[in-house]
Design a binder for this molecule. Structure first.
Ligand code: COA
Length: 279
């Protein structure tokens, strides 16, 4: 499927989605919000995809909501304004709960919605020279549509409030220091660093990856006894859905001392089949 505002590439276990309005610094207009919903549908329907990388074309990740098309133009028509922005809120929520691992590969500018997407992804790698910002205060509102949530759930209180209240920008390096991104690297190394991270994830069992995310999200809202009860139930779900791969394959390989789980991952039957096929 082709999109007016996005580029989607699916290559085996990896999908790469690029915001693609470089002439507007990849600002998210209503068409992009619709396209994001369609693209997420398509990616979710791909049975082999385990990782989604989100990035931007040109010199920007995303300058956030398109201030003209999303706010100025529809504002006089409350219904239109509501519908326009509801589409955005839909895919933001969906991204947060997406059943495969999501990685933000952040380049250039990441303001407002771009900052939010970084926070909503599971993992994020940024170029050191990225300019992140919650510029909302600079045009008279506060970060809405989940942006405040994304900041409070990724950064310590003082830093979060500093950027919410001042509209100051922060670099990729500062974002790493405050926990908004996992790592900041020189811009020329950004793709290679993300490729490395993708490489670590795609050799894991996809059901385990999905359930690990569910257990993380689910248990953040529970006390310890409930969390243990919940993760035990999820462990049985995992066992059933993976035909006990952790016992039958992973721990059998450990028993034979063919790998050290502390330092590496087991060889999945799927990977062994691939090796056999290519031999
Ligand atoms: N909404 C709509 N258009 C935007 C935009 C946004 N969020 N961000 C950038 N653009 C447009 C600019 O208006 C300009 O369009 P034009 O060529 O038709 O005049 C084009 O993208 C290029 O932007 P420009 O400002 O010339 O580039 P720059 O490199 O000098 O500055 C930014 C880039 C991101 C610092 C600046 O564009 C900016 O402040 N954008 C707004 C960011 C923001 O507040 N986002 C929060 C939204 S919730």
């Amino acid at each position: 499927m082709e999109f007016e505002t996005l580029l989607l590439e699916v290559e085996g276990p990896r999908a790469t989605l690029r915001f693609n309005r470089p002439e507007k610094k990849n600002a998210m207009n209503p068409r992009m919000h619709l396209d994001m919903n369609l693209a997420l549908d398509q990616i979710e329907a791909e049975p082999d995809v385990k990782v989604l990388v989100i990035t931007g074309t040109g010199n920007s990740f995303s300058a956030g909501m398109d201030l003209e098309e999303c706010f100025l133009q529809p504002y006089e028509d409350p219904q239109l304004f509501y519908r326009t922005n509801l589409v955005a809120l839909k895919w933001f929520q969906r991204l947060k709960a997406f059943p495969i691992v999501t990685i933000a590969q952040v380049n250039g500018y990441a303001f407002g919605g771009g900052f939010e997407v970084t926070g909503l992804c599971d993992l994020a790698i940024a170029a050191e020279n990225v300019k992140f910002g919650l510029s909302e205060i600079n045009f008279g509102i506060f970060p809405a549509g989940g942006a405040t949530w994304a900041v409070t759930h990724n950064m310590p209180r003082k830093q979060a409030l500093h950027y919410i209240l001042t509209g100051d920008t922060l670099t990729g390096r500062e974002a790493e220091q405050y926990g908004l991104v996992n790592r900041a690297v020189p811009a020329e190394d950004l793709e290679a660093e993300v490729d490395k991270l993708v490489g670590k994830i795609i050799n894991k069992n996809p059901v385990t990856l999905r359930l690990a995310k569910e257990v993380y999200e689910g248990t953040t809202m529970m006390d310890l006894p409930r969390a243990i009860d919940y993760d035990q139930a999820k462990l049985w779900e995992l066992a059933r859905l993976t035909s006990d791969e952790w016992i039958n394959v992973a721990l059998k390989q450990f028993e034979k001392r063919s790998y050290q789980p502390g330092l590496a991952t087991y060889k999945r039957p799927e990977a062994a089949d691939d090796a056999q096929r290519s031999a």
